[in-house]
Design a protein around this ligand. Structure first.
Ligand code: UT7
Length: 332
């Protein structure tokens, strides 16, 4: 395969805050139990940021790991994309806060809101930025502090999510070398009603009523999202395999968004991929929204399951609905 997009991933990093909230801790907060959570989701624990920590703090830590791994100065960056649904505030963009605190003088950037598909969309966007014009370096960060928008009286949602950040450096690849091989992204806005945070925007600005009605939290119809996720994770991945003349067995690793272990297992089965070629780390982190894929990739690299030259497939589904997948030749 050649590299039609001239984009490669050259460094990765991740960060989770030290605080841990276990299933047993949650038993004391809502009517739930470790067995239910583990069987229905695969989650054992998740990391939760301290009260004075916001998304830009997590993003900054992940960014620093990436720069150190590549031996770069922050001023070497051309752009910073922060994928998040929990920005520090609506504006300025969290990318601006990260740029300033990182000291990435000369870089531009923006936030990308695509929920759990955010990181996959960020990778596609970065790949297109670096594919055009002179060589560039774009930092893609997936960072979310989901604990800030969870209703800890709603057992159906508060058990699912955790806080964290991960990042990839995407650089222009040399002509003829491989990196991004193919991608597919799509949205289906008709699913927006099933997973949302209703208030705080221009439709329903913050008011005493929106607070009292708990409208500033994640609202989810779990089964609707589950069915869509099972269908779309496999469909997006399947499109890429078919278009590139591949079968599941040709891909070294599937690194899926970590929303529910059952969704991941169903995806692997549909693609005919054994679970030993699928990264599942939802037990440790829960669903960290835009951070799941870089955090899972970090685990894959650290455990030696992903090495230079491997074919790797990322796939995600999220609120919107949003869905996407991308196929890469691993280069770092
Ligand atoms: O990242 C992208 C977005 N999110 C997702 O992909 C999440 C997709 N959805 C899911 O993962 C699953 O739908 C959930 C994990 C959210 C829920 O699992 P489920 O198997 O679909 O459960 P359910 O909503 O059908 O609920 C089954 C039962 C209900 O009780 P009854 O009505 O059968 O008596 C719930 O009230 O489980 C109950 N339940 C719980 N019980 C103990 C719901 N949450 C809990 C809980 N502990 N935390």
């Amino acid at each position: 395969m050649t590299n039609p997009y001239r984009a490669k991933i050259t460094a990765i990093g991740g960060y989770v805050p030290p605080g841990v909230l276990t299933n047993h801790d949650l038993e004391k907060i809502v009517e739930t139990n470790d067995q239910w959570i583990l069987e229905r989701t695969g989650i054992r624990e998740r990391h939760i940021a301290a009260k004075d920590i916001a998304t830009s703090d997590l993003a900054l830590e992940a960014a620093r790991v990436v720069l150190a791994a590549r031996g770069l100065d922050p001023t070497d960056l051309h752009a910073i994309i922060v994928c998040t649904v929990t920005p520090d505030m609506l504006f300025p963009a969290t990318a601006c806060l990260v740029q300033d605190r990182l000291g990435a003088h000369g870089a531009w950037g923006f936030d990308l809101i695509a929920a759990c598909s955010g990181f996959v969309y960020g990778l596609t966007t970065a790949a297109h930025l670096v594919s055009s014009g002179p060589p560039k370096k774009v930092l893609v960060i997936g960072a979310d502090t989901m604990s800030r928008i969870l209703d800890y009286t709603d057992r159906a949602t508060c058990i699912l999510f955790g806080d964290g950040a991960g990042a990839f450096l995407v650089e222009t690849a040399e002509a003829g070398s491989e990196g991004l091989l193919d991608f597919v992204n799509e949205v289906d806005g008709s699913g927006g009603q099933f997973l949302k945070m209703p208030a705080g925007g221009s439709r329903m600005p913050a008011s005493r009523e929106t607070v009292d009605a708990r409208q500033h939290f994640v609202h989810q119809e779990g089964q609707q999202v589950f069915k869509y996720a099972v269908r779309k994770m496999a469909e997006m991945s399947g499109i890429l395999l078919e278009r590139n003349g591949l079968r599941g067995e040709d891909v070294k690793l599937l690194i899926p968004h970590q929303a529910n272990r059952r969704i991941i297992e169903a995806t692997a089965k549909a693609l005919d991929m054994p679970l030993d070629r699928v990264i599942i780390n939802i037990d440790k982190f829960g669903n960290t929204t835009a951070a799941t894929i870089p955090l899972a990739t970090r685990d894959a690299v650290e455990s030696g399951r992903l090495v230079k030259g491997d074919l790797v497939l990322f796939a995600a589904v999220g609120a919107g609905y949003t869905a996407g997948a991308s196929l890469w030749r691993w280069q770092c």
